[in-house]
Design a protein around this ligand. Structure first.
Ligand SMILES: Nc1ncnc2c1ncn2[C@@H]1O[C@H](COP(=O)(O)OP(=O)(O)OP(=O)(O)O)[C@@H](O)[C@H]1O
Ligand SMILES: [Mg+2]
Length: 233
């Protein structure tokens, strides 16, 4: 579904990503683990087309997407949830509307209804200001906003960001419910997300330290050590 080989990128003349390699299969949940500053956000932005790719291969369903604009990648089924994920001063429904895609066959109202069916608590709070919701519900708005265009592959940048542990496990549960209908690539430094991972990629200093099945990851002692190191506890 998504294939990345030898990808490099950076800001100006500063290289940040040196060698990123990963494959994500259809309907798989892949966790991209890495410490602060390892390059997770940069990587997701390059895949989305928000930052230039310096070199390497980036393919979706076998086709090179490197030349495509952000808009074309979105039309091609790629979705993105930023670390903040929402516009806090807008209402829940306004946030969802901003995520909708006109090129879809469904009307905006139908797209929004679809998200409300999945997350009924958002419907109840549709007119509430998104920034005033609880941490877990705020994240749900961000997830709903990212899902509204019905992406095939959703890139999520640290869904745990800013959440207390209780809300983190709530968000993990909600993401687990999406399993089967969508491919998720979740950049995280919180190891709790490994509970829903099919595959894992570990990024360290812009290099791919590990990429593969979750079982191979958890069996590797040296990796676990590195990974508990990056988890910070
Ligand atoms: N806009 C930018 N301009 C210049 N350098 C940047 C920019 N954004 C990030 N960097 C640098 O790129 C490197 C990777 O940052 P990035 O944000 O991708 O890491 P991250 O893994 O997402 O970290 P975090 O866990 O803190 O979100 C860091 O050294 C960072 O300082
Ligand atoms: Mg980041």
């Amino acid at each position: 579904m998504l294939e990345v080989s030898r990808l490099t990128s950076g800001y100006g003349s500063m290289q940040v990503l040196w060698d990123i390699n990963l494959h994500v299969k259809e309907n798989e949940i892949q966790i991209v683990l890495g410490a602060n500053g390892s390059g997770k956000s940069t990587f997701l932005k390059v895949v989305m087309g928000l930052l230039p790719q310096w070199s390497g291969e980036l393919k979706m369903n076998g086709a090179d997407i490197t030349p495509l604009t952000v808009a074309d990648r979105v039309r091609g089924g790629l979705g993105y949830m930023s670390e903040q994920g929402i516009f806090p001063s807008l209402s829940v429904e306004e946030n969802l509307k901003l995520g909708s895609l006109r090129t879809q066959n469904k009307s905006v109202a139908d797209q929004i209804d679809h998200v409300y069916q999945r997350f009924p608590e958002l419907k109840e709070r549709r007119r509430a200001t998104a920034g005033g919701l609880s941490g877990g519900q705020r994240k749900l708005v961000g997830i709903g906003r990212a899902l509204i265009a019905e992406p095939k592959v959703l890139l999520m940048d640290e869904p745990s960001s800013g959440l207390s542990p209780r809300y983190v496990s709530e968000v993990i549960d909600r993401l687990a419910e999406l399993r089967g209908g969508i491919t998720l690539v979740i950049a995280e430094q919180n190891i709790s997300f490994l509970t829903i991972a099919d595959t894992v990629t570990v990024i360290e200093g812009g290099l791919t330290r590990f990429t593969g099945h979750i079982d191979d990851f958890t069996e590797d002692e040296s990796l676990k050590e590195a990974f508990f190191g990056i988890a910070g506890h």
